[in-house]
Design a protein around this ligand. Structure first.
Ligand SMILES: Nc1ncnc2c1ncn2[C@@H]1O[C@H](COP(=O)(O)OP(=O)(O)OP(=O)(O)O)[C@@H](O)[C@H]1O
Length: 298
């Protein structure tokens, strides 16, 4: 079932590069170093010196330390870093599920204190969809529950976004009748139907097989090309970061700090395996996993 559904996916039409690159910059250069001089819009989402901690019974775990990020409208901004460096924690804080112990997240200049319909999260797990609701009900429900749309308009919008992810024909089936990739596409349709200010994705394709993951990346880029949403995407895959992101923040091991930012718009799925792509991947690998180098030393 999955294969026939995926068969129709077309290669995304990639947008023209927004910024010159690739650029490797030190964090203290700030994200502005990645943008053309002048005429900068205000960031949509900002992390301002964000420190995040978990208080366990025996100790305090510092997940991130003074992270600064500027995400602009239309960005596909990727948080890339080794396991445990605080990527998911940062995403949860941007979503409003946890509060920083230092610094803050702001959306259009307004501090984030709680979850809201302007920030929708798609998680890695396949069980994000209430199993007792059909695919269509799953996508329409948040629109009705949040008071955004009356029932019949919610249904129309849900069908529109299901069509965008190639699942309109599956509107009346239940989640257990779908493959993992299809469930993730329903979750993406549900998130986009809410037309959030920013879509937050936490390793949404990590549990998929390699072929489906590749196709989902292609699908996401095609959707972005059509809808032009703003994306904050967490991954620990260098390849996925380069392919999906136009900007990538490299985080150090825990507590995560921004080691560097990369302008990655020039890479796409067709770049994988090419010499330049491999060289960029290796360079990122060194920045992520080796001891501090000239490039990242303060
Ligand atoms: N609920 C929690 N209580 C205590 N510590 C936690 C909790 N959740 C996460 N941590 C710790 O915080 C740190 C950051 O976790 P986080 O899940 O954000 O990392 P990550 O970069 O997303 O990792 P991965 O790529 O493996 O998902 C880790 O050391 C983790 O063990």
């Amino acid at each position: 079932m999955t294969d026939s559904l995926l068969h129709g996916f077309s290669k995304p039409a990639f947008p023209k590069p927004a910024f010159p690159g690739p650029v490797f910059s030190r964090p203290h250069d700030g994200p502005h170093a990645l943008h053309p001089a002048g005429g900068l819009p205000a960031p949509l989402l900002q992390a301002r010196s964000v420190t995040l901690e978990y208080a366990t019974r025996h100790r305090v775990v510092r997940a991130t330390h003074r992270v600064d990020l500027d995400v602009y409208e239309g960005d596909r901004f990727v948080l890339l870093g080794p396991s445990g460096c605080g990527k998911s924690t940062l995403l949860k804080a941007a979503a409003g599920f946890i509060q920083p112990v230092e610094g803050d997240f702001v959306l259009r200049g307004r501090p984030i204190h709680a979850p809201g319909p302007d920030r929708i999260v798609v998680f890695q797990e396949f069980d994000q969809l209430p199993p007792w609701k059909t695919v269509l009900q799953n996508v329409a429900f948040p629109l009705v529950a949040s008071g955004r749309l009356p029932r019949h308009q919610a249904r129309e919008r849900a069908l529109h976004y299901l069509d965008k992810v190639g699942l309109a024909a599956f509107a009346d089936v239940f989640p257990h009748q779908l493959s993992g990739g299809m469930k993730q596409r329903v979750a993406i349709a549900r998130a986009l139907a809410m037309q959030p200010e920013i879509l937050l994705m936490d390793e949404p394709f990590a549990a998929l097989d390699a072929l489906t993951r590749r196709r989902m990346q292609e699908e996401l880029l095609r959707l972005w090309d059509e809808v032009r949403f703003t994306l904050l995407f967490v991954t620990h895959s260098i390849e996925e970061a380069l392919v999906l992101g136009n900007r990538v923040a490299l985080l150090s091991p825990r507590p995560g700090r921004v080691r560097a930012e990369i302008n990655s718009h020039e890479w796409d799925l067709a770049s994988i395996g090419g010499t330049a792509f491999q060289a960029a991947s290796q360079r990122i690998h060194r920045l992520l996993f080796e001891e501090e180098t000239e490039e990242v030393r303060a």
